[in-house]
Design a protein around this ligand. Structure first.
Ligand code: SAM
Length: 410
């Protein structure tokens, strides 16, 4: 999904068009069930042609959420695109969209009626989440909390940057942001994280100079909350490092060096480019499959960061497609993968070393239960702390951090 988006994004020249493109793709994914409810209300037999359905979805998103685009412009554009791919369906598209415009209130009222009959189905349509995910969050965190999480994960995230303290400081970067006309907000929990409310900072000299990297608050907290541990460490292993957020956090504070690994060659290239741009000289990059035990790493490290693949439910704001492409089976498969990788990580730590396990998901199976299973197998480890960062409370991605200590050493 990300690479597909990137491909289309690059074809667009104007900033305005790029922003609208992302808004439309993310908007449709964010509110797919709600949009389909409107379409199916007027197209009683449904829409069989997937391409036509997607044209209708984008147009309906515009009609429901983008008041700045005049309704006639939306309908004309949808009809024009339809006539290029399926001219005989132009009248159909025109009729569906005009019906939606005419019956907006009636459709809204009909949806509100579902509320009293089946509240969860209503939420599943109104907030647009698959029923399985609502049930799963409810099992994990209770229904009231689930509603708060679902609502927050539907909000549009600001661009979030982490200052590179090796190159600049908060005051200087803020002066530069103001000079360049950026609207910003300094994060309450980590003052080195800044939210940008408008504009594309990637196109600026500030980016080229390596004054910052993109990172969400939640992700920055692994190092931020355990800064003293990282400052003391001489050798750190980041097992799943790309695109590099936690490696860079660590590189800013550590006195020794970091071995940053990943399995994906393309992502490693991006990591290398970022290291050059940011000017770090204490990171060694290596291709490594974390699922296979690497004897060269045996008991070499003071800290192992295991920021592992997960369902990513905490990152739905930025990647709304996650809503629609995950299942119970994925949760189970990822839990097993996490346990396998953590098993290997245990052997890489020196005695007394620290293992930081993190995910960007909200899922007890992948978070607390992965930790419990690890601790059952590795009696020489103890749990120092584990924290779920709830997105609705901290206004950031949903995240989980566990800190585990290997006995002995100090
Ligand atoms: C959650 S992301 C890591 C984000 C990164 N730690 C950061 O802070 O920017 C997970 C990463 O794990 C990598 N990965 C997946 N399976 C892996 C494996 N078996 N061995 C090593 N890396 C793997 C993916 O390529 C992806 O880059």
């Amino acid at each position: 999904m990300d690479s597909l988006m990137e491909k289309f994004h690059q074809k667009l020249k104007k900033e305005k068009d790029k922003a609208l493109f992302v808004e439309l793709v993310h908007g449709v994914l964010r509110y797919k069930s709600l949009i389909d409810y409107y379409i199916n209300f007027v197209a009683k037999k449904g829409v069989k042609d997937k391409r036509i359905l997607n044209i209708l979805r984008v147009a309906t998103y515009e009609l429901l959420f983008l008041e700045k685009i005049p309704e006639y412009a939306t309908v004309n554009e949808a009809c024009e695109i339809t006539s290029k791919i399926s001219p005989n369906l132009k009248a159909f598209v025109n009729a569906i969209l005009r019906n939606i415009i005419r019956n907006k209130n009636q459709i809204r009222e009909s949806l509100e009626k579902i509320k009293d009959v089946d509240y969860k189905s209503y939420i599943s349509i109104k907030l647009s989440y698959p029923r399985f995910l609502i049930d799963y969050f409810e099992e994990n965190y209770g229904f009231e909390k689930t509603l708060k999480i679902l609502e927050f994960l539907n909000t549009k995230p600001p661009q979030s940057i982490k200052i590179n303290t090796k190159k600049t400081d908060v005051k200087t970067l803020i002066q530069e942001l103001e000079k360049n006309g950026f609207e910003y907000e300094i994060n309450f929990y980590n003052q080195e994280v800044i939210y940008l409310l408008k504009g594309n900072i990637k196109e600026t000299e500030l980016y080229k100079k390596g004054y910052f990297y993109f990172q969400d608050l939640a992700s920055s907290l692994v190092v931020k909350l355990n800064k003293e541990d990282f400052e003391r460490a001489k050798k750190v292993l980041d097992l799943c490092a790309a695109p590099g957020g936690k490696t860079f956090n660590c590189a800013e504070v550590i006195d020794g060096f970091i071995v940053a690994c990943d399995i994906n060659e393309h992502k490693l290239d991006i990591l290398r480019e970022n290291i050059l741009r940011l000017g770090f000289n204490n990171i060694i990059v290596a291709k490594n499959d974390a699922e296979i035990f690497n004897p060269d790493f045996t008991e070499k490290f003071d800290i192992v960061i295991a920021d592992l693949p997960c369902t990513g439910f905490g990152a739905i704001r930025k990647k709304p497609d996650i809503k629609w492409n995950k299942s119970y089976q994925d949760i189970e498969n990822l839990h097993e993968l996490q346990v396998r990788i953590l098993d290997n990580s245990a052997g890489y730590l020196k005695r007394g070393g620290l293992l930081f396990y993190s995910t960007c998901t909200l899922s007890r199976r992948e978070n607390e239960e992965t930790v419990t299973e690890f601790l059952e197998k590795h009696k020489d480890f103890s749990l120092v702390s584990q924290t779920t960062i709830f997105p609705d409370e901290f206004k950031c991605d949903g995240f989980f951090i566990a800190k585990l200590r290997k006995e002995g050493g100090r």
